[in-house]
Design a protein around this ligand. Sequence first.
Ligand code: FNR
Length: 392
Amino acid sequence: MPLGTNRRLDRANNIADLRRLARRALPRPIFDYIDGGADDEWTLARNSTAFTDYELIPDVLTDVSAIRTATSLFGQPVSAPVMLAPTGLTRMFHPEAELAVARAAAKHGLLYSLSTLGTTRLEDLAAAVGGPKVFQIYIFKDRGLTAEFVARCKAAGFHGLALTVDTPVAGNRERDRVNGLSLPPKLTWKSILSFAAHPSWSLPALRGSRFDFANVSHKVDALAAGPMSLFDYIGGQFDRSLTWRDVEWLAAEWGGPLAVKGLMTAEDAKRAIGCGATGVMVSNHGGRQLDGAPAPIDQIAAVRGALGDGPDVICDGGIRRGSDVIKALALGATACSIGRPYLYGLAAGGEAGVDRALTLLIEELERTLALAGVIDVAKLERRHVRARRNMA
Ligand code: FNR
């Protein structure tokens, strides 16, 4: 770890500080890959700013000497209603990659999800790290590959699956185009200069293992064909003809906790549960897919209203503060899911950086609960949050 990293992490007071550290630590094309969104990045921005449309309404003079944040997700006990969202290509951001993230999550008793497009084999991750784990699955044109994943996840002891449904085609990430981010990165003068300024980005790193889709590379012939853009890769492998019948198929094949990730409406949430899912992740892929989509937080009350008490409703996207989590819970979410907040930490300082991101968010969560006069996340109610613009 570079000298001074721990000191810098300790001085980070919030997720925005970790983002600044990540920006300094990474070559520009890699930072932009994490930080950016689709088209005009309207949805990316809206995901976070929408939280400011809600006010927290505190109860005073309640005894808050013992705060409880424990809950359950995907049928697993977790220490707090915050899960780590799946993110592909994690090794690009730090050589410790998914293992660092999963270890920090396990240390905090939080649920970790591994992406199909991760850079660590699911078996290796399960063997190395305890704690509650979910595998994020895509349905490939080759259904055999998807069925193989289900069998591998069962054998490795994953507790749940999250089926991502908001990527029928790749989103238009213009920052990546401008930066020439392909797999591996195109070596233009601009990109060489930007990578050369970062010691961990030697030429071999640019050419090799930091882009290994460890879980699929044995199957996907196209990858062996040489450099190609991420957009082409995704466009080529995912099945655009997916329908709800495929959700039914996956639910039956898996037979355990399953969340549909990437839906936005009460109607689709009901269909997901009707097809055998046990939960939903209300998400627009962190603003990386459909620009113009609403913020997840604005959809939570309607989705919970449609599903009733049972299923997991996870608010995914835009969470940067513990108070955001409290707002989502008061509106009806079971938990929130975070992507960039822990990736900024990872880029800033590997496992210690992820640990810092989680510590900050959990401390904020506990402090906000105490200030709101609520002793247990399970006791948050609709009356604890008020929409400022008649939105919920
Ligand atoms: C993602 N996300 C994502 N989702 C998914 O289902 N499979 C994946 O492989 C990825 N990969 C990925 C990479 C990067 C760099 C980011 C930032 C995001 C989306 C992710 O799971 C989650 O939905 C968002 O990150 C949530 O928004 P915030 O927390 O980043 O605002």
